[in-house]
Structures are given as structure tokens and as C-alpha cells.
Design a protein around this ligand. Structure first.
Ligand SMILES: Cc1ncc(COP(=O)(O)O)c(C=O)c1O
Length: 408
């Protein structure tokens, strides 16, 4: 999967998909078959997700944002039932809740990791209902960059304060963490109410666009399946209105049970996803190998890794992103310096509560750690096909920049 070298001087992005001939053949088989959508490939992909995560139910949808919106919807997020989450995340973690009619309350991050600061969460939960909203109904934990949040602590808080827990694992398919002595894959812990995944091309496995909700609750899974397909349920025994159809239910009748959406994943996408999932262990290993080399060769730039954070290594990183930090005043210059050398980096993330839409409606709270992180962070290239040579180019460019800076 990882070549030693690549085409010389091709631009290197911060993330990209890995697609091989098996993936192409899997997609071609669907394209030449009967069903491009609503066929058997989606259930096969979902079975693969169940196997890969250990979550009992997986519901595949059109993208990670739909997955969040449907997860919030089935958990009852709506007016007066608010969501509490981290300031350092992608827009959709919050906007999907707003789209359900809820308000989002943001909390600052742990400066070391970029994840939600659980001390801040604990303080907020102990304070009770916020002045402008109700007691948080849902807490959404985002495993930033692929590093799990402190899940044992978070689950203890859930037991004490009785909120619903959503795991936004868009960055973290394949990550693991330990709770009360036992290791869990993302989506596997039974006290998590919903886990969402994204299959955008920069993620661990891709379907082009795609997402999924993982849950332990069969009734929730059935409702998610209904909601992704207009709110209809072909299995329902409900009959058409007229006496002519007094029963049994005609096969053509697909009863509308509640108002829903068209958030389906197509069979074309699902076939790609199922084929990609077979490579997940190799993808994770390749990302880990790249991360370990960066950690060894970029000392002084990097965030602490799990071994440094937890004495007993309570979590296993999935390395979706490799984030470094530099001096805030130098960040734009460093980005440009790397870009001139064909290395494209990205900022993860500008704090969501400071986005114009949220700022206009915000509570004027400060997010000092999220702001400091946003000013100094830079995501370096990390993806399974990043060659040794290209990674060497990234490391050499950073060393060159550091030397030039120190010489100045
Ligand atoms: C943390 C997080 N949550 C949710 C999403 C939304 O996923 P999608 O792009 O598939 O809609 C993303 C996408 O990048 C993300 O990074």
C-alpha cells in the first residue's frame, strides 16, 4: 500500500483516498448488475460495518452530516433539547443539531489533545440548566483527528448526569479506548446512544460521499432506516385506505409512517465501501506508520501522542489527521512555505462558535484553548498511499523552514 517513492514533485494533499482494482471491480459489478440503488449492496456494507466496529446495528446514509442529523432526530434533539459539544470540530457536528431545531452549546477543548475538555463539561453539567436553554439533552464527543476522548470519564459523567451520548467518529473509524479495563472499538460501547461515521475521501474508508449511524438499539436502527427513506416502511402491516384492500397488504403499498428524508446511500457507493472495509486494518497500519515517523522526526512540533497522554495507554489513535502546532504568528507563512514546495496543509479547525452564523447567535463565551489551537495548528499529509519519499519531503521542508527561522 505504501510505495517507497512516487511521481516526483506531484503536489501532496493532507488527505486522499486509496482506491485499487478490487474497489473498481466491486463498483463495476454493481454498475453492470440490476440495482444501482435500494439493492442488496447497502445491507452488505452495513454488515461489514457491524463486523468492523462491533456495534450491533449500522445504518448507511448519504453522508456524515445526514448521519448526524438522523442520529439527533431519533434521540429527540429539538426545540428545548439542546446539544453540548466541542468548539473544535467540523461545522456539521453543530449545524445538524441546529437543523433539528435545537440550540448548540459549545465548550472549550483540552489544549493538549484538541478534544472536548471534560473538566469544562463536568463543571457545565454540575451547574444545571443554562440560562438560555434546557439541561443538555445530548453530549456529542468528537474524537478529534482520530484520538478518542477520555471515554471512561465521559461514560461516568453520562451515568451521573443522565444525558444521551453521541460519538462523532467521523475521524476515528478503527480507534479504540479502554473503559473499566475493557477495550472497545469506536461504536462498540453499549452505553453510547449513537456513533456516526463519514466516508468522505479523506476518511479511513470512502464511498465518495457517505456516512453511517451505529447503534445498539434495534428500534432506533429501524427508525433510522425508515427516516433515510422518506419515513416509509415496506414491512409495516398498515393497509391502504379503501375497503378493496382489506388485506393482505398489496406488495406495491409502502406506508408512510412519519415524515422523513431521502438520505440513502446508493448500491454503487455501498459496493465501494464494502470493498474498502476489507483494507481497513492495512489503512490503519499505514497511517500509524506515517504518524510514528512524524512523531520521531518532528519533535517540538507535534501534539502529545496517546503514550504520552495516558500513563496506561487508555486509547489507540486512528490517525485521520496528523496535526502539528507552530507559532501563531508564523502559521500562514509556514503554510505558504510548504505550499510552494508542493505540500498542501489544512487548518482543523477554526472554532465553530466563532463562525459568523454562530457568532451572531452566540453567548459571547470565550474559548481560549480552541482559539489558541486554531491559530497554531496545521494538518500535515497523512494517508495510506503517502510514499516514504513524499513523507521525507514533508519532513525535510519543515526542517528547512525551522533552520531558516532559527537562522533569522
Ligand atoms: C468531525 C466531523 N463530523 C462530521 C462530518 C461530516 O461528514 P460528511 O462530510 O460526510 O458530511 C465531518 C466531515 O468532515 C467531520 O470531520
Amino acid at each position: 500500500m505504501r510505495a517507497r517513492s512516487s511521481q516526483p514533485h506531484e503536489a501532496i494533499g493532507y488527505g486522499r483516498q486509496y482506491v485499487d482494482q478490487d474497489d473498481v471491480d466491486a463498483v463495476a459489478a454493481v454498475l453492470l448488475g440490476e440495482a444501482l440503488t435500494q439493492g442488496p449492496a447497502v445491507a452488505r456494507f452495513e454488515a461489514g460495518l457491524v463486523q468492523a466496529t462491533g456495534a450491533p446495528h449500522a445504518v448507511a446514509v448519504a453522508n456524515g452530516t445526514c448521519a448526524l442529523q438522523l442520529a439527533y432526530h431519533v434521540l429527540g434533539v429539538g426545540p428545548g433539547r439542546n446539544v453540548l459539544t466541542t468548539a473544535n470540530t467540523f461545522l456539521a457536528t453543530a449545524s445538524a443539531a441546529q437543523m433539528c431545531g435545537a440550540a448548540v452549546e459549545f465548550l472549550d477543548i483540552d489544549a493538549r489533545t484538541g478534544n472536548l475538555d471534560l473538566r469544562a463539561l463536568e463543571a457545565r453539567l454540575e451547574q444545571g440548566p443554562a440560562p438560555r436553554g434546557s439541561t443538555p439533552h445530548v453530549v456529542t464527543a468528537v474524537h478529534f483527528a482520530g484520538l478518542p476522548c477520555e471515554m471512561e470519564w465521559l461514560i461516568a459523567l453520562k451515568r451521573r448526569h443522565d444525558f444521551l451520548l453521541v460519538e462523532d467518529a467521523a475521524h476515528a473509524l478503527g480507534a479504540r479506548y479502554r473503559v473499566e479495563g475493557k477495550w472497545y472499538r469506536v461504536g462498540e460501547h453499549p452505553e453510547i446512544d449513537a456513533t456516526i461515521l463519514s466516508f468522505h475521501p479523506v476518511k479511513h474508508v470512502t464511498t465518495g460521499e457517505g456516512g453511517a449511524v451505529l447503534t445498539h438499539d434495534a428500534a432506533r436502527a429501524a427508525r433510522l432506516r425508515r427516516l433515510r427513506s422518506h419515513g416509509t416502511d415496506p414491512e409495516s402491516a398498515l393497509l391502504p385506505f379503501d375497503a378493496e384492500h382489506a388485506g393482505p397488504k398489496p406488495a406495491w403499498f409502502n406506508p408512510l409512517i412519519e415524515l422523513g428524508f431521502n438520505y440513502r446511500l446508493s448500491d454503487i457507493q455501498a459496493a465501494l465501501g464494502a470493498s474498502q472495509l476489507k483494507k481497513l486494518p492495512d489503512f490503519l497500519e499505514a497511517r500509524r506508520e506515517i504518524a510514528l515517523r512524524y512523531l520521531a522526526e518532528l519533535r517540538g512540533f507535534t501534539l502529545p501522542h496517546p503514550g504520552e497522554l495516558d500513563e496506561h495507554a487508555e486509547r489507540e489513535h486512528a490517525w485521520h489527521l496528523f496535526v502539528i502546532r507552530c507559532q501563531p504568528a508564523e502559521r500562514e507563512e509556514l503554510m505558504l512555505f510548504l505550499r510552494e514546495r508542493g505540500i498542501h496543509t489544512q487548518v482543523h479547525y477554526y472554532p465553530v462558535p466563532l463562525q459568523p452564523w454562530f457568532r451572531e447567535r452566540g453567548d459571547a463565551r470565550a474559548y481560549p484553548n480552541a482559539v489558541a489551537h486554531a491559530r497554531s495548528c496545521l494538518s500535515l499529509p497523512i494517508f495510506p498511499s503517502l510514499s516514504d519519499e513524499d513523507q521525507g519531503r514533508v519532513i525535510a521542508a519543515l526542517s528547512e523552514w525551522r533552520r531558516a527561522r532559527h537562522a533569522a
